[in-house]
Design a protein around this ligand. Structure first.
Ligand code: DAK
Length: 263
């Protein structure tokens, strides 16, 4: 499928790279881009398991992952339109977060406002050493609207999230790594190759198992511990219904590599 503001390409069988691409606006998210993102997510969600096993999300160019929501478009919004815009963005980011395949954010520059919120909707984040992260909305007289207040505090804790969102100051990749917002910082040229290497490694694992881990970590995070443990044991036991779990365990015993096929 072809879109105007993003490109989705299959790097190799089952591995997809989604590139946010509005270079004239540092890949800022306008309404059209959010709509296209929703279509791209839907496209991947509908693929058979083995045809969509990992996704890398990045930005075009060397300067920005995504520099936020499109300020030039947002300025004309009335309050009701702003509510619809925020709801739409939140819904799409939630679909990304819930996508059954693992999603790696490869942050190659500014990830500000909606850009940071987009990265936070991915499973984990790798960053180039020139990347910068922030929620600068307050400097525009706004606040995060695509889940930033909600997700950032879950990842970095209340006080750091409050500091970032209330001051609007950016942090560099090194600090983002120290606070566990970013899992690895790399020279720019090594960012995508490293993300691809990790994605390929993920693709050697049982796809149902990876999807179950993703769901249990996410859904179990902010419910009571007994409920979360029940969710984990039920998901664990469900995997025993599928051939891939037999294959994985048999391969270990037979000292060979497992050949998973999503069943
Ligand atoms: N929107 C539109 N255009 C943008 C943009 C953005 N977010 N960021 C950059 N651009 C455009 C610039 O206007 C410039 O365009 P021209 O002037 O050349 O036409 C071009 O990209 C290159 O940018 P700069 O010339 O500014 O480049 P610099 O290297 O000097 O600076 C920068 C890079 C990233 C530090 C700077 O561009 C910057 O501060 N950008 C804005 C970052 C920002 O404030 N992002 C947060 C956006 S607000 C909500 C829903 C969602 C949200 C909030 C509420 N509800 C509806 C309730 C989310 C809000 C946000 O994300």
């Amino acid at each position: 499928m072809e879109w105007k503001n993003l490109q989705l390409k299959m790097e190799e069988n089952g591995l997809w790279i989604l590139t946010m691409s509005r270079p004239q606006a540092l890949n800022a998210l306008n309404r059209e881009t959010i709509l296209e993102l929703e279509q791209a997510i839907h496209f991947l969600q509908e693929k058979p398991t083995m045809e969509a096993r990992a996704l890398i999300l990045t930005g075009s160019g060397e300067k920005a992952f995504v520099a936020g929501a499109d300020i030039k478009e947002m300025i004309s919004l009335e309050a009701e339109e702003a509510r619809l815009f925020a709801e739409k963005g939140q819904r799409v980011f939630r679909q990304l977060e819930m996508l059954r395949l693992p999603v790696i954010a490869a942050v190659n520059g500014f990830a500000l406002g909606g850009g940071l919120e987009l990265a936070l909707s991915c499973d984990f984040i790798y960053a180039s050493d020139n990347a910068k992260f922030g929620l600068p909305e307050v400097s525009l007289g706004l606040m995060p609207g695509f889940g930033g207040c909600v997700r950032l505090s879950r990842v970095v804790g209340l006080n750091k999230a409050r500091e970032m969102a209330m001051t609007g100051e950016m942090i560099a990749a090194g600090e983002a790594s120290q606070i566990s917002l970013v899992q690895k910082v790399l020279p720019a040229a090594e960012l995508l190759p490293f993300a691809i290497k990790t994605a390929k490694s993920l693709m050697t694992r049982g796809p149902r198992a990876v999807a179950s881990v993703k769901r249990v970590v996410l859904d179990g995070y902010d419910i009571d511990i007994d409920g979360a443990l029940a969710l984990e044991s039920s998901s664990f036991s469900q995997l025993f219904q599928f051939k891939d779990s037999r294959e994985g365990m048999t391969a270990f015993i037979e000292k060979r590599k497992a050949q998973f096929n999503g069943n």
